[in-house]
Design a protein around this ligand. Structure first.
Ligand code: ADP
Length: 321
């Protein structure tokens, strides 16, 4: 608008000067003719310029310049609004996501903290405490502290992966089979507790990735497969690959996931069936969001196929090189 108004002022001053010059010259011309030929008859060509025509031309010039500037203001205002919306949209989404994240995290922190506080308060209010009572309270408090520690660990892992990208993480050629064997060893105690058999059908294939994060990824998937399956069920980890990709599948015979939840479970703090998952299957709904970040770091893809009552199959596609 500043440029447009400056140009308009310059144009107006220039044209106005030309109009005044024209008026002055016409008058001089007429005076010269009159001194030579005496009083001239009033004719449009010989008469002095009509002042009204000049001021009308000025008026029209001002009106046109005003109209032009208004148009430019409207168009540039609209364009600025549209472009600002497009530029600020992702920033707004990021801020909304962050606010949602902080809200969810505070909510998750509140539950164990409230439980801790009320147990301690009840204990302190009672006059007589037995050693057994004190033990009971301490045990329960310890459970809540462990929950808090798990939550803070998960939050730290998630935020660290969100900030990591392929440039600032060490990537190397890794053997998928070795990673899978290592992960199975790590989750074996959990599987044994529930009498769950894990079968390894993964192939020996080399892929380019970050070892620590890939271990974390498969621990999350196998841990969920065990956590959500009933006793005595089977979990299988298998892989197929071509020259470019490897597709790793973690299949279980657990409760399955509703179709509507298959996308949402990868979001932060999302737990599919709260009534089913809130009691014995302790979690915060952060595991799969961490898994998603790890897969994103490797330019891969994670998805789930599931049938309620039959089981789930988590599929991770990773680039080999
Ligand atoms: P958490 O397990 O800590 O709740 P996740 O992000 O790992 O969090 O999983 C999100 C939700 O997805 C879980 O609460 C659960 O409802 C569902 N889910 C994940 N894995 C499985 C599985 N193998 N079988 C059934 N449901 C699953």
């Amino acid at each position: 608008m500043f440029v447009s108004i400056s140009f308009s002022v310059v144009i107006f001053i220039d044209i106005n000067r030309e109009l005044s010059r024209f008026e002055v010259f016409q008058n001089i011309r007429r005076e010269r003719l009159e001194s030579e030929f005496g009083q001239l008859p009033t004719h449009p060509l010989t008469s002095a310029v009509d002042r009204e025509i000049i001021s009308e031309a000025r008026g029209r010039l001002i009106a046109n310049l005003l109209l032009l500037n208004t148009l430019i203001l409207a168009i540039s205002g609209g364009a600025a609004y549209f472009l600002a919306g497009r530029t600020l949209g992702p920033i707004k989404k990021m801020l909304d996501d962050q606010a949602q994240f902080i809200g969810d995290a505070s909510h998750e922190l509140k539950t164990p903290l409230t439980a801790l506080r009320s147990e301690i308060e009840v204990y302190l209010r009672s006059k007589t405490h037995s050693v057994e009572e004190a033990d009971e309270i301490l045990k329960s408090n310890l459970e809540e502290v462990v929950r808090l520690q798990n939550l803070s660990d998960s939050l730290m892992i998630l935020t660290s992966f969100e900030r990591t990208n392929i440039q600032n993480v060490s990537m190397e050629m890794l053997d998928l089979k070795q990673i899978v064997s290592f992960v199975i060893k790590r989750v074996q105690p959990l599987a044994k507790d529930k009498n769950i058999v894990i079968t390894d059908k993964s192939k020996k294939v080399e892929l380019f990735g970050n070892e620590k994060s890939l271990i974390e990824l498969f621990v999350i998937l196998l841990d969920n497969a065990i956590k959500y399956s009933d006793r005595g069920k089977k979990v299988v980890i298998s892989s197929v690959n071509d020259e470019k990709y490897v597709s790793v599948k973690v299949t279980d015979q657990g409760p399955g996931i509703e179709e509507a939840d298959t996308e949402r479970i990868f979001g932060r703090f999302y737990r599919a069936d709260k009534s089913r998952t809130s009691t014995d299957k302790v979690g915060y709904g952060l595991g799969l969001s961490i898994a998603k970040e790890i897969v994103k770091l490797h330019n891969g893809n994670i998805s789930v196929k599931s049938k309620v009552g039959k089981g789930s199959e988590f599929i991770v596609d990773l680039l080999l090189k």
